[in-house]
Design a protein around this ligand. Structure first.
Ligand SMILES: Cc1ncc(COP(=O)(O)O)c(C=O)c1O
Length: 391
């Protein structure tokens, strides 16, 4: 498949292409924000959904056992992690899955640690469930961002019950190393903190290797819940299919009982057919897509380094999101926001929405044809040139 093809997504009720005005105040901004791709899904996925469509009867559906088999085979192949079919609990999206994990395993007022700047719905998950937000900001070093272990221990000493880990990390793009994960696991064991590892970006690794937290922590006596999905990997977010992997049967039983009480399940025939086809037949597409995205990241890095020397591109190890440091422009968060919208006419994700540590940064989604990346960067460069020449 050619990832160069520009597919018009306007007038398809696309969040990114039809609803930018809702968030950014103007529809004509060039959209490189919400984390989906402008690529067509793998052909076998489309064919599997087409078969469901052609049948034409959409009565009640049960998730087939073969979906579990395809999923655990994928996990074994990609991460060398042996998960049994029975360890999976299917959920309609990772965000709702995490909300249910919070409700099942913590009480109102319990402390939950996050590592900002981080995927912003983590804040609302904690706040809307009336839990206490404990912040363990990432530490900026010469080599980039890493976990601040000393502060993590301080947060745990405040009586944290849960750590919400983002692995790979959105928006920073870090793929955590074995050492980093083991150090986190050590503290979680010491302070008996349950880890919810959001690994929705696990398949999107550009450099290095993703290690599931549960695998890194296998020798530790801790409670780990892993959230994964084919949605980011194969651009199936609208189908709302994800799953949670449990290591301990008693935790899984409690979670399943909670989901049952809330009448939560995932049984859309389109979603199950798409997910199974993706895991069985989508790997070549994934590898080609990752290569294409690597090219886009390189393009962004080279273009920005050559043309906008006050901006710094942090090359992601994982995800298709590029975190760009614009702090040298010396604008506060609202000045930067308004400059990006009014002068550059682009809709990037503003760094501060991921937490105050993100102020002065933007997150650019490069899972799109190169022509779209070029358009966004040319708009940015033109505003940048005007800004610099006016100084
Ligand atoms: C870290 C992370 N978790 C969860 C999600 C969304 O998951 P879902 O659409 O399955 O609720 C995203 C989407 O960008 C994400 O980046």
């Amino acid at each position: 498949m050619s990832f160069e093809n520009v597919i018009n997504r306007k007038n398809t009720n696309s969040l990114k292409w039809d609803h930018t005005a809702e968030r950014y105040g103007a529809q004509e901004l060039w959209p490189m924000w919400v984390a989906d791709m402008d690529f067509r899904a793998p052909e076998p996925v489309i064919e599997a959904m087409q078969d469901v469509l052609n049948h034409g009867v959409f009565g009640y559906h049960r998730r087939p056992e073969s979906l579990r088999e395809a999923t655990t085979a994928w996990i074994a192949k990609r991460f060398d992690w042996m998960v049994e079919n029975k360890q999976l609990v299917f959920t309609p999206g990772v965000v709702p899955a995490i909300s249910h994990v919070i409700q099942t395993f913590t009480e109102k007022g319990d402390g939950i640690i996050i590592q900002p700047p981080v995927y912003y719905p983590f804040y609302s998950l904690i706040e809307s469930n009336e839990r206490k937000l404990l912040r363990n900001p990432l530490k900026e070093t010469e080599q980039g961002f890493t976990v601040d272990l000393e502060d993590l221990e301080v947060q745990m000493q405040k009586g944290a019950k849960m750590l919400l880990l983002c692995s790979p990390h959105n928006p920073i793009g870090r793929v955590w190393s074995a050492d980093e994960l083991e150090n986190i696991a050590m503290l979680c064991e010491k302070y008996n903190v349950l880890v919810v590892s959001d690994e929705i970006h696990a398949d999107l690794v550009l450099q290095g290797k993703h290690i599931p937290f549960a695998k890194a922590a296998a020798k530790k006596d801790i409670n780990v819940v892993t959230c994964m999905a084919p949605s980011k990997t194969f651009n199936l977010a609208a189908l709302q299919l994800s799953y949670v992997i449990f290591e301990k049967e008693e935790l899984q039983k409690a979670y399943e009982a909670h989901l049952q009480q809330q009448f939560v399940g995932i049984d859309s025939p389109f979603a199950t057919a798409a997910a199974e086809a993706a895991y069985r037949e989508g790997e070549t597409w994934l590898e080609e897509m990752l290569d294409y995205v690597r090219g886009n990241v390189r393009y962004v890095k080279e273009f920005v380094d050559t043309n906008m020397n006050l901006l710094d591109v942090m090359e992601p190890e994982g995800t298709y999101l590029v975190w760009v440091d614009m702090r040298k422009l010396n604008m506060d968060a609202s000045e930067l926001e308004s400059w990006l919208r009014k002068e550059a006419q682009v809709a990037f994700s503003d760094g501060h929405i991921f937490g105050k540590e993100g102020a002065g940064f933007v997150r650019i989604n490069v899972a799109c044809p190169r022509a779209n990346v070029e358009e966004g960067l040319h708009r940015l460069q033109s505003a940048y040139d005007t800004l610099i020449s006016s100084k």
